[in-house]
Design a protein around this ligand. Structure first.
Ligand code: AMP
Length: 280
């Protein structure tokens, strides 16, 4: 496995592989790799001739006062885990090369990006869409795998690829959870012992919603009301949003459920903001 930090070297190599007719798989990450990330490697490892995983804590997708400085960085372990799972190249560019002095271009998606996480984190998706466009141009992937954990990010990036005719296909990997149901996330490392327990309220809320639906409830407000009560019962939990949306368009479903209803949660556990989702 090779580690590449130079943008020029990575791009030249990707273009060479493409000329040779090789199929390139790509997994964009911010590192601190866990089973969620590695499951995305598994999705592409067989069909890709060359598998590239990027590790880049992208400053432009963090808002002011967010956790850019604190974000966990575990490069050595990430290298070992990637190698063991079949990654061929780790691309780990430096921020000052990705955003050279005078960088002034931004790509933005202006519909799906404005709600849910985009409302609480106003420039977040502009940062995501711009960095992914750069990474796609540098790494030239045929296949990209993304996690359903970040369902809105999947919808936004699918829109980017479709709207701008970027020649790659997106595969979506299911949410990988800890044994007790908590969705794996690099940010779980911020939780102390008690917060870790309280964070289970997110997966419990998903289960509660599913059981309400299974017992015949199809009114979105009734489901949201019950979840509101559950979140209130955990003192350190503060809801950012609880919404039911169409899984493709992320349009809010204000009345009744449809076939594509996706429950989306963003909840603060004290100072740690966690997200999760489940198809209802
Ligand atoms: P991140 O490093 O948080 O930017 O995530 C990189 C990729 O891993 C994104 O496509 C995430 O959706 C995906 N991912 C993160 N957590 C999980 C998880 N628990 N299960 C599946 N995929 C995940």
């Amino acid at each position: 496995m090779e580690i590449i930090t130079s943008i020029e070297k990575m791009q030249k190599l990707s273009l060479k592989f493409k000329r040779e007719g090789k199929k390139l798989g790509f997994i964009p990450t911010m590192g601190c790799l866990h089973e969620g990330h590695l499951s995305l490697v598994d999705l592409l490892v067989v069909k890709s001739d060359i598998l590239i995983l990027s590790i880049f804590v992208n400053p432009t997708q963090f808002g002011e006062g967010e956790d850019l400085e604190q974000y966990p960085r575990t490069f050595e372990e990430d290298v070992e885990k990637s190698k063991a799972r079949g990654v061929d190249i780790i691309f780990a560019p430096k921020a000052d090369e990705m955003y050279e002095f005078g960088f002034s271009t931004q790509i933005s998606e202006s519909n799906i990006s404005n709600r849910l996480c985009g409302k609480s984190r106003p420039d977040h998706f502009n940062g995501v869409v711009t960095v992914c466009t750069k990474l796609f141009n540098i790494c030239q992937p045929d296949f990209v795998s993304l996690g359903q954990k970040d369902a809105q990010q999947v919808a936004v990036l699918k829109k980017l690829v479709n709207d701008l005719n970027i020649p790659l296909s997106i595969e979506v990997g299911e949410i990988i959870r800890e044994h007790d149901g908590l969705a794996m996330s690099s940010r779980n490392t911020y939780l102390n012992h008690d917060e870790r327990k309280d964070a289970l309220v997110l997966s419990k809320a998903l289960d509660l919603a599913k059981s309400l639906v299974d017992s015949g409830c199809n009114k979105t407000n009734e489901i949201k009301e019950e979840l509101g009560k559950l979140f209130k019962s955990v003192s350190c939990a503060r809801v950012d949003y609880v919404e039911i949306v169409d899984s493709e368009t992320m349009e809010f479903q204000r009345k009744v459920l449809s076939e594509n209803s996706l429950l989306m949660l963003a909840v603060w556990i004290n100072k740690v903001r966690l997200i999760d989702n489940r198809l209802l």
